[in-house]
Design a protein around this ligand. Structure first.
Ligand SMILES: Nc1ncnc2c1ncn2[C@@H]1O[C@H](COP(=O)(O)OP(=O)(O)OP(=O)(O)O)[C@@H](O)[C@H]1O
Length: 260
């Protein structure tokens, strides 16, 4: 894998975006959606990206995770410049160092719950199938759906499927987990379970970055970045003196002040 060294990116910085611009379309239809984003996310941080619909949250998440190419600027993940990687190296880096949880779970309908979790594991380490299967079963137990492992995914509820998606995201032990509205399709009880899990994922040292419209999701994180029209409009961290209630209240007032 080609690695572009970056002496100015601290090893403890999980994600570093510099001057990230993203445009869609060609010619007169070309629109710039991200206008030069600078953002550093420390290892182990739990960050929410908020902002109005269309402000560029998902686009930023996709640029930070290499799911989408930037138009200009650089992104480093774990000290490696993903914006300088070949498609092949980027695919390998995404598979082994990043996990993804989306609003709509993209599980394969013709596979069992277990096989969906196993798939990215055996793709990363094809000769390790037995170990991957054992790890996948352990993860399904951990996310509370061990009994569904050998079932068809059509037999699982939305909340159970999202738990499976988290297990799948963790199977290669990624340093960073990205979530795009991970609770957006769930009822309040199922959403709370998923947020508890993401909190645990973060507590075990993984960096977690979620895009959300929901203050209850943001209140679980320790830092909230607000985007407005493709630029960073605010960056708030939970203070050491904040308990859950005062952090939620502070966040609510701060977001209201930004019109979010
Ligand atoms: N593939 C694409 N092609 C063209 N335009 C796009 C594409 N993806 C996003 N956009 C545009 O970029 C802008 C930002 O979209 P994005 O989905 O990042 O916003 P968002 O803040 O995540 O919105 P939402 O909260 O509604 O999901 C929007 O105007 C959207 O129409």
């Amino acid at each position: 894998m080609s690695i572009t060294a970056d002496a100015t990116t601290d090893q403890s910085t999980a994600i570093r975006a510099r001057g990230v611009r993203k445009s869609f379309g060609e010619g007169s239809a070309r629109t710039e959606v991200l206008h030069g984003i600078d953002l550093a996310v420390a290892e182990g941080e739990f960050l929410a990206i908020m902002g109005h619909s269309g402000s560029g949250k998902s686009t930023l998440l996709y640029c930070l995770s290499g799911m989408d190419a930037v138009t200009d600027g650089t992104v480093h993940v774990g000290g490696q410049e993903i914006t300088a990687m070949s498609q092949k190296d980027l695919a390998a880096a995404r598979l082994t160092t990043m996990g993804f949880v989306f609003q709509q779970v993209h599980l394969l309908r013709n596979l069992t719950v277990l096989d969906n979790v196993v798939l990215p594991g055996v793709t990363a380490t094809p000769r390790d199938r037995a170990a991957v299967v054992a790890r996948a079963r352990g993860l399904l137990e951990r996310v509370g759906i061990g009994e569904l492992a050998d079932r068809d995914i059509t037999e699982a509820s939305g909340g159970q499927l999202q738990r499976a998606a988290i297990a799948r995201a963790l199977v290669n032990r990624p340093a960073v987990v990205f979530g795009d509205e991970p609770t957006g399709a769930l009822n309040a009880t199922a959403a709370r379970g998923i947020l508890d899990l993401l909190g645990e994922v973060n507590a075990e040292g993984r960096t977690v970055v979620v895009v959300t419209h929901d203050i209850n999701v943001a209140a679980r994180t320790r830092r909230v970045v607000v985007l407005r029209d493709g630029a960073v409009d605010g960056d708030l961290r939970r203070g050491a003196d904040h308990d859950d209630a005062s952090w939620l209240a502070t966040l609510g007032g701060w977001l209201t002040g930004r019109g979010v």
